[in-house]
Every structure is written in C-alpha cells, then in structure tokens.
Design a protein around this ligand. Structure first.
Ligand code: IMP
Length: 199
C-alpha cells in the first residue's frame, strides 16, 4: 500500500486528515512517525510558501510522497490578521481567541475566512498546491467544545453553530481543510498510478 506522509505533528489536524482520507487506499503517516525530524521555522510570507516549505523538508527527510498544509484565520476588519500568524497570535488557544475578540471590540464587520493551502511534494519537488477557503463570521464569545484553535468563535457561512459546536463529521464536510484536500485528491487520483509504480 502506498505510504503518504502528512507533514504535521498537530494531532487535531492529523485526525481530520485521517478521517478525510479514510476511504483512500493509502497508509497515512504523520511526523510523529519520524521523531528524528525537526521542521525548521516557518519563514514564508504566504500560506503557499509555508505549506511548500513544510512539504519539501518532510519529503526530503522521509523519501515519501508528502503533503503539508498551512492554514489560518483571516479577519477582514483586522486587515486579514492573524493570517499566516494564526498559530503564533498568543500563547495558547484561549489567549489567541481573547486577543482576536479584544481587537474586534467595537467593529461592526465580523466577516472572516479560514484558509488552507496544501502542498504536495514528490521526489524532492513541490509538484502542486491547492487552496481551500471557508467564509464565515466571528461571534462575540466562544461557544462549543469540539475542534481546535479558533473553532469556538467561527460560525461558517450558512450555519448558526460555531465549528466547535459541530461534530467532526459535519466540520469535515465543509472546512477549508476538506476543500483543499478534495482538490488535492482529485489531482492525486490522476497521479496515483504513478505513485503506485514508484513507491
Ligand atoms: P499552522 O500549523 O501553521 O498551519 O497553524 C494554523 C493555525 O491556524 C492553527 O494553530 C489554528 O490556530 C488556526 N487554524 C487552522 N485551521 C483551523 C481550524 O480548522 N480550526 C480552528 N483554527 C484553525
């Protein structure tokens, strides 16, 4: 069976990917399967640059077809912050959410979007990147216990519940990560015979 590496050590992200890829005929590894590998600091200025850097480094280390994502929350009234700095916007999830809510105090435009860019690297080369976006709004106070990160303050378009109030199955149908992954899967489907031959 083809081994594919999801270049993340984030257990939440990995579980989302495992669920999303459940029906595919692949064995999914995470970076937790390669404890000797330490990714370097993110230096890119865009989601695409960061995803590409992560995928390439992990591909070179593992010698396997690898995909990596870079994702984050863009808030219109904050000039699209925290964006690529979403994971670095505070010391933990509660701190990051608190900062966003403080910065949005008094602002009427609550529109925001989650963005995810997935990069695929094979044989030491990034071969393609895919973007998924989920539009939504930021509410005044956190609601819900599921998910991770900014999920408790994000209500996706067409919904009344936050991502954190939805089940993982519901979130996985519409999330930015699912949308980017679906585009990647459509691409991989065409390339899968190449992967089977080579790996
Ligand atoms: P990355 O690991 O550099 O891609 O960091 C992405 C950060 O964006 C995460 O640590 C979260 O704070 C935030 N983020 C990305 N995707 C999601 C999501 O699906 N729900 C909530 N927060 C997310």
């Amino acid at each position: 069976m083809t081994v594919i590496v999801a270049a993340t050590a984030n257990a939440h992200k990995f579980e989302e990917y495992r669920a999303l890829l459940g029906s595919q005929d692949v064995e999914l590894h995470s970076l937790l399967d390669y404890p000797g590998f330490t990714p370097s600091e993110e230096t890119g200025k865009t989601f695409k640059e960061n995803a590409s850097q992560k995928a390439l480094e992990a591909c070179n280390y593992t010698d396997r077809p690898t995909f990596a994502d870079d994702s984050g929350l863009e808030i219109t009234a904050l000039d699209n912050a925290p964006g690529i700095y979403s994971a670095r916007y505070g010391k933990d999830d509660a701190d990051r959410i608190g900062r966003v809510l403080r910065e949005l105090e008094g602002k009427s435009d609550r529109s925001a979007r989650f963005v995810c860019v997935i990069a695929i690297a094979i044989n030491g080369e990034v071969i393609e990147t895919f973007e998924g976006v989920m539009e939504g709004t930021i509410i005044d106070a956190p609601r819900g216990e599921n998910g991770f990160g900014y999920d408790p303050i994000f209500v996706p378009k067409g919904e009344t519940r936050t991502f954190a109030e939805m089940s993982s199955e519901e979130k996985n149908k519409i999330s930015h990560r699912a949308r980017a992954l679906q585009k990647a899967l459509d691409f991989i489907e065409d390339e899968m015979s190449v992967l089977d031959d080579e790996f």
